[in-house]
Design a protein around this ligand. Structure first.
Ligand SMILES: Cc1cc2nc3c(=O)[nH]c(=O)nc-3n(C[C@H](O)[C@H](O)[C@H](O)COP(=O)(O)OP(=O)(O)OC[C@H]3O[C@@H](n4cnc5c(N)ncnc54)[C@H](O)[C@@H]3O)c2cc1C
Length: 381
């Protein structure tokens, strides 16, 4: 039990998990959210909590970080992958590849589920507060991405199609990325995720939609468009002034290979809270639990960009005869000597489009340094 008031800026998964964990440990917590509710960054689209990068199943991970599953959480194993020529691959796997969740403002979204848990544990919310400076005391910054390292362009719609997922690899519809279809209980999300050529995202979306409709017999009703972006960066301080903690995508935590950032977001929120509760070093916890996977994902991205269309087919061909693709994917996501050798090259090649560097360089001109209270304090940039 502590009287130390903790401020959390941003009510996405990272901030909410941090707030829930701290409130459960007895800390008074206030969450400031610039929108009038959680989930406004998203549009009811489906996303997947990936289930391949760790031995621990993602469902167990949610239990480990002490979350209830009071939101839509559906295991997905059996689905289709398409290569650039339209050949279909259906892989063997011993457990779900991912757990589907809904993002946005509806009752069963991940965002609303976490908000309910936060309210139950006594977290206070201040809605419609776009924070431009950090309050005094301990502050967790969980404001999400600042710039686009990958862009998604998509739509949500109603359909009579059964529950299903498909992924499409082809640089003509998703440059250096992939397009995906997720169907659950009469609603669907289809999007293309581009790691290059962002300004042509609408054209790529049209091409991806045409491709998807060629290979999947699906009716589309009441469609609504959406877009979004994800941000990745490494090697920046994760704390400032011994009191400001960066978590989730505002810390650059993202899977650079495919953009599966939700687990990083929730895990880093949990670790920041644990570091406050247990008086541990947050950067050290991240170095142990998150950074090695981030580095591997950077090496993976470098390798993936070398594949191009023929490489995608070779990669899919290699997986099709395997008894279980989960351990193979896991081995790709975990550090190895081979990825360590590639990492320095990948680091040099990768240029984040990070715009707001969040006080992470000298003479910082970001909102925190220009307007925050610590603007006049000695800062560890
Ligand atoms: C289209 C799309 C599809 C995706 N699909 C997947 C997927 O399938 N699987 C996966 O794992 N990940 C996916 N991601 C990534 C995932 O959504 C993010 O990694 C995750 O939401 C990051 O969580 P966060 O809490 O760090 O930030 P966010 O979810 O962005 O939350 C940040 C919150 O902070 C608030 N905020 C921002 N600035 C301020 C401020 N100054 N003051 C107050 N409040 C503020 C925002 O309104 C927002 O509510 C996808 C992303 C996109 C865009």
């Amino acid at each position: 039990m502590s009287n130390e008031h903790i401020h959390v800026i941003g009510a996405g998964p990272a901030g909410l998990v941090a707030a829930i964990t701290l409130a459960k440990a007895g800390y008074p917590v206030t969450v400031y959210e610039m929108n009038r509710d959680v989930g406004h960054r998203f549009n009811g689209d489906y996303q997947g909590i990936e289930n391949w990068s760790t031995e621990e199943d993602a469902h167990e991970f949610l239990e480990t970080v002490d979350l209830e599953t009071n939101f839509r959480l559906e295991p997905y194993a059996d689905g289709d992958f398409f290569n650039p020529s339209g050949e279909k691959y259906n892989f063997n796997m011993s457990r779900p590849l991912f757990y589907l969740v809904e993002r946005g403002t509806s009752e069963w979204s991940l965002d609303q589920g976490l908000k309910r848990q936060a309210l139950q544990t006594g977290v206070q919310f201040e809605w419609g507060r776009r924070m431009t400076h950090a309050p005094s005391g301990k502050v967790i910054i969980s404001t999400g991405p600042k710039a686009a390292d990958a862009v998604a362009r998509g739509m949500v719609f109603k359909t009579t199609h059964e529950n299903y997922y498909a992924a499409f690899l082809d640089d003509e519809i998703a440059p250096q990325g992939y397009a995906y279809l997720l169907v659950n209980e009469g609603r669907a999300t289809f999007a293309t995720c581009l790691f290059e050529k962002f300004k042509d995202s609408f054209e790529y979306f049209d091409a991806a939609l045409e491709r998807m409709q060629k290979y999947v017999d699906i009716d589309i009703l009441d469609s609504q468009g959406f877009g979004g972006y994800v941000n990745f960066f490494l090697d920046r301080p994760l704390m400032k002034d011994h009191r400001i903690y960066y978590v989730g995508e505002s810390a650059g935590f993202q899977d650079l290979l495919f953009g599966f950032g939700m687990r990083y977001a929730m895990h880093s929120g949990y670790l920041a809270a644990q570091s406050i509760i247990e008086d541990l070093s947050y950067p050290d916890l991240c170095k142990e639990h998150i950074i090695p996977k981030m580095e591997t994902s950077l090496a993976n991205r470098w390798l993936f960009t070398r594949l191009e269309d023929l490489g995608y087919t070779i990669m899919l061909d290699r997986l099709i005869d395997k008894d279980d693709i989960i351990p193979i994917l896991r081995s790709q996501y975990n550090p190895s000597w081979y990825k360590k050798v590639i990492l320095p090259v990948a680091k040099r090649a990768f240029k984040t489009r990070l715009e707001d560097k969040q006080c992470m360089h000298e003479d910082c001109s970001c909102v925190w340094c220009k307007h925050g209270e610590h603007a006049y304090a000695e800062v560890e940039c």
